[in-house]
Design a protein around this ligand. Sequence first.
Ligand SMILES: [Cu+2]
Length: 333
Amino acid sequence: MKISKTFGKTFALAALLSATAIAGAEAHVTFLDREATQETTILATLQVPHGCDGKATTEVRVKLPEGFVFAKPQPKAGWELEVIKGDYQKTYDNHGDKVKTGAVEIRWKNGNLSDDFYDTFVIQGKVSGVEAGTSLAFPVTQMCGDTVEAWDQVAKDGGDAHGMKTPAPLLKVVAGEDHGHDHDDMAGMNMSGMPGMGAAAPTDETVKAGDLEVSGGFAKAMLPGQPVGGGFFTVKNNGQTDDRLLSVTSPAAGEVQIHEMVTKDNVMRMRQLKDGIAIAAGQTVKLEPGNLHLMFQKVKTPFKQGDSVAVTLTFEKAGKVDLVLQVLSAQGK
Ligand SMILES: [Cu+2]
């Protein structure tokens, strides 16, 4: 009994020591949530855990990286706010508006955050046009009267800040479940682009490849500012063996994804089907608005009613099938 009690105490002390060590290592300026999903609007919450060598923090300046756009700071009682605007390197789409300038630096000024206290500083912004796996660095200048702490060290490979004395806070950009989509655009399509499900008037072209019959292909005209286009068709499998639509390409788009719409918590969302769509023996599979569809990404020229869009479908067994989709109205009629 006595031995085990001593052991218990030693263990507790060791745990306490290691917890202290972790707290010490974490006493940098960091984001509360260090991951952000591509093409989403987030609240980037910066944590300031201490002052500068015991002195109170009086100003926090945050430089915003390219790809973190339409930024707005949250005002804080006791602090003045300054938003410095500048040019983005790229042009961003904000609900159909082309945006080239915006906040590039945020400053909370003339505050007083004691070294004994912890606080957070919040910036709302959208992560846009950033590849998954990229870490966005937000260099921070923490000022305590005339003492300055620069949290601006960035690892050369853009990755691990381990062992750095004053690393810049990093946001790691990750792919969403609905990779490549903007949730706002999806909501917009849900409201206006995809009503009248099944009301489409497809063309009568039928393409045969092995046991498969592909028919009723159409695409929808793209609304102004809409970054992605939808495509639809019907596949009938007259054979005895299952097949599978594996992938789709088109000269009209940088990428064509296979998607499905799913309703979860009353919100319609799109999901990429990376394994494609099974076309079982004897079955007919319909890609239609509000359900399975092709999603054209990086569209070179927005689809207009009356145009046609060439696609190449690749099936596991039937191989490649060329198809032309007629562009109908944005409503798919
Ligand atoms: Cu989609």
